[in-house]
Structure formats: structure tokens, C-alpha cells
Design a binder for this molecule. Sequence first.
Ligand code: ADP
Length: 394
Amino acid sequence: MTEAIAVLNAGSSSLKFSVFAAVDGDLQLRLRGQLEGLFTAPKFVGKDADGVVQSEHTWPVGFQLGHEGAMAHLTAFLDAHTDGLRIKAFGHRVVHGGVEFAEPVCVDPATLKRLEAFVPLAPLHQPNNLLPIRLLLESGTKAAQVACFDTAFHRDQPLIAQMYALPHEMTAAGIRRYGFHGLSYEYIASVLAQHDERAAAGRTVVFHLGNGASMCAIHAGRSVATTMGFTAVDGLPMGTRCGSVDPGVLLYLMDQRGMDARAIEKLIYHRSGLLGMSGVSSDCRALEESDDRNAKLALDHFCYRAARELASLAATMAGLDAVVFTAGIGENSPTVRAKILEQAAWLGVALDREANRVRGFARISTAASAVSAWVIPTNEELMIARHAWRVIHA
Ligand code: ADP
């Protein structure tokens, strides 16, 4: 039997999974897939490492398949498609580890209780992330449950970077910047030396630009500052999230438009960002293809804000050696990358236009560029699998 790690990423309407086999000291992808459209139009697809579909299932529209049903379906799929593999651990993506968890952790019922205490910090994500852990613990499986946190990579940041200018008592109570997308940044930091040793040892800003978007200053492999804060709504504009906004705007909306916390939550998480600015779509590709003036404005603003943040993050490291683009937009949109980097020319980044147009080309700066620029696909699942493997073999 070959030992394997299953990785789970449970969101509000989807359950994504992958399975990695431990072969010759390496973790190799064997299966991946997802159950999406929970509660609305559930659809399961499981594929092998080459993307060949192994199993598909669609439920009728409106079928109330929730996370428990999704886990039951996934467990049956794994039982049927992991011949020759023994799943030693499940690695779970968990959005919040609070101040307490700076490392992945093997979860038992007592640890699960501690992780549930962070639900108020991430009410939209944490409960979904924890549910599969609870179900697997209750199932009596021998496999270990390892929680890997999106906040953990940022926990070592200096206090000065983590605090808000709020009364000290509030910082002590955990009202501080946590930062997210940590597993993605950690993965990029782990492979950067293969591309650029100087950058890996020096000062890099990573652009994680997907539906959720943030940036991180990484100095000698460690996170020193990031754009997201107490929640994942801060920083850059995103698909439907507004990013940083003057808190006074929210007070104004409460006073003058009678909006309560739930209405503000809807506004800043679901009705803003690229969708709100454009009125067209939250999807970067759709905006690039649109002739609408506001679609263009939305993309321009997105890139403007990213370029501003680049300078701000570079300032925290007193300089810049490299920039890295990753995630859906960062990996796939030459237009967005060019727009951002043209505004960063003064920082010493010289874009190689041809390299930037060719998909998958790792280096997109000219040989003479003082600051190197890269496109590196992220792999949060592999990062989680590596963590889970390390935790169970510690
Ligand atoms: P999530 O945060 O949900 O994981 P992804 O990392 O999958 O998001 O990124 C989704 C975003 O990537 C969408 O805005 C999508 O339009 C964008 N994207 C994907 N492919 C392209 C492309 N070829 N050109 C421009 N944008 C793209």
C-alpha cells in the first residue's frame, strides 16, 4: 500500500478535494475534483491527475445536498478510486487560526473546539471549513485530521505590521490584521529559489489575484506585510469585495441609508469590487472582453490599486528584488499584469512584453530589469498535503 494524503477545501457552496500519493519522498497528485453547487444545483466531478474524468454525478436543480451529503458522496468516491493507496491523513484548508495557530495542527475534538472559537472572526468561511473535520472525526476514521491555516504564514509578522491604531486593549483582544491566502504565499515562497535565488533570499511582493485578491511582502521567505487585514475583505478590490474603504463610508451608509450590519456585509462582500464598479461582471475575463466603459474603468482601478499597494509593500522592506503573479488573474491575464507593471516601472521593473503574452512563461521581466517579475502557478493543495505529511511524520 502506498501512503496518501487527501486534501479538502470546503467552501460555502463547494467541496474541493485532491489526493496525493507519497512516492519516492515526493507527493504526487492522483485525484482531484469537486462537488459544487451545494444547496442549488449540486454537481460532482472526480478526475485523475491527467484530468480524465473518473466519476460524475449531477443532482436535480434545487436538491438540498449540503456538506454532510457532499462528504458522504466524496467518501464513497474515495473508497472506490484509491485502490493501492492508504489515506493516512486529511489535510484541511481552514481560513482562521487566530493568534494562536502559527503552524498546521493535528486536530482532535479538543482542538476542534479551539478552532470553533474563531468562527466569529470568519463567520462566512470557518464553519464550512470545520464541518468535514468534525464529520471525519465522528466517522471514527483512523486517518489523522490536519488543519492548515490561511492566516498562519503571516503570524510571524512584526507586531507593528499586525496592529491597528485602535485602543491597545482591542489589539490584545485579537482585533488586528491577520492576513489570508497564506498557503498560497507559502507555496510561492517554497518554490521561488528554483526560479530566482536572489529573490528568495531578498525582498519579493507576491500578487495573489483571483476572485479573492491580496498581496504579500515576503522578505527572505517570511511574510512581513500583507494587504488583507482582520477579514478577507480588506486591501485590494476583488471580484465582489470592495477591499479597503474609508470606515467613515460605512458609518455614513448606516446613518443616512439605514443600512444594518447584514446589509453592509452584503454590500462589501457581494455587491462591490469588479462587479459593483463595472455593473457587468465579477469575472476579470468577462470584463476584458467587454466594451462597456465601466468594465474598463473597473479593471483600470483594480490595477491602479494593485500598483499602489506594490509601492506600499516595497516600502515595508525598504526595497524590492522581485514580483510574482499567481492565482486565476495573476496566472492568466497578461493585460492585468502589464497594466500593473507599467505603473511600477519607476520601482525598477522592466516588463518583457513578449514573455508576458506567452502563457506559462515563468520570467516576464527583461534580462536587464533591476527587479525581476515572474508568473508562478500557485498550488495551495500541494502545500496542504506537504503540511499534513510533515505533521503525521513529526
Ligand atoms: P478563486 O479566488 O475563486 O480561487 P481563481 O484563482 O480561480 O479564483 O481566479 C478567478 C479569476 O481568474 C476570475 O476573475 C477569472 O476571470 C480570472 N481568469 C481566469 N482565466 C483568465 C484569463 N485567461 N484571462 C483573464 N482572467 C482570467
